[in-house]
Design a protein around this ligand. Structure first.
Ligand code: ADP
Ligand code: MG
Length: 242
């Protein structure tokens, strides 16, 4: 049976995903600052916009002006896409966004519906951890979030900040369990040089590559290349020759 898939627009990653993410999936993109989460998200939204799938970018940290600038440095003109009605950028707070999902009459929700949003990005889901110290409440927040998006069949990337060193940090709200998929971006030390590694840790409803691949960030965003060969302990951050 073939399932409807949503391509990220990054050829190497789409190959790892056997064509793309299952439509309506809520996928966690985890990585330390600077690994390229936001860049990957731009690629995903711009690719959708070009194919007539309107996108929504919700940011809790960057003002639209600084987003426009970052996107422009990668070669993307987000303002043109907004004017054409193919992209919508909302700068808000986690609390307001969460309320809007529970309230179908809210401005954000109505906009989501009227624009027929097919793809969404949340930059970043990590901000929800500031809403509560209670583990169960956080889990309930993430459940509300994921279920609202799934119900509308909106394919969503939840960007998630990792620290550069502490990779074992507890997943307090169990977001890794709730998400349909996890894409991990990592800095890796190889022969005293920092390289970048990408891996699909999980993707419900589809087979996917299990290898860890090299990627670069340049004009146009992420470029996913070949797999790391002849090395071990890549995800530890410090790899060694086999
Ligand atoms: N035009 C560009 N050419 C090359 N690298 C770029 C360009 N624009 C951004 N980068 C690189 O992309 C990375 C930032 O990516 P970003 O998506 O903001 O990361 P994150 O959201 O994970 O913090 C930085 O390492 C930066 O050097
Ligand atoms: Mg970012």
């Amino acid at each position: 049976m073939t399932i409807p898939r949503v391509a990220t627009g990054i050829p190497g990653l789409d190959k790892m995903l056997r064509g793309g993410m299952p439509q309506g999936a809520v996928v966690l993109v985890r990585g330390a600052p600077g690994t390229g989460k936001t860049s990957l998200a731009f690629q995903f939204l711009v690719h959708g916009a070009k194919q007539g799938e309107p996108g929504l970018f919700i940011t809790f940290e960057e003002f639209p002006d600084s987003l426009y600038r970052d996107a422009a440095s990668l070669g993307f003109d987000l303002q043109v896409l907004e004017r054409e009605g193919k992209l919508h950028i909302i700068f808000t707070s986690p609390a307001v966004f969460l309320e809007s999902l529970k309230e179908p009459d809210s401005l954000i929700y109505r906009r989501l519906m009227s624009m027929d949003i097919r793809r969404a990005v949340l930059d970043s889901a990590t901000h929800f951890t500031r809403l509560t110290d209670d583990r169960l409440e956080l889990r309930s927040i993430y459940t509300t979030l994921a279920n609202s998006l799934r119900r509308e069949q909106i394919t969503t990337l939840l960007l998630s900040e990792e620290k550069r060193t502490d990779y074992q940090r507890a997943d307090r709200g169990a977001l890794s369990f709730l998400a349909d998929g996890i894409i991990l971006l990592r800095y890796v030390e190889v022969e005293s040089e920092i390289q970048r590694a990408i891996v699909v840790l999980k993707m419900r409803g589809t087979d996917h590559a299990h290898e860890i691949c090299h990627y670069r960030v340049g004009a146009g965003g992420l470029i996913v290349e070949d797999a790391f060969r002849g090395r071990r302990a890549i995800l530890s951050g410090i790899s060694r020759r086999i």
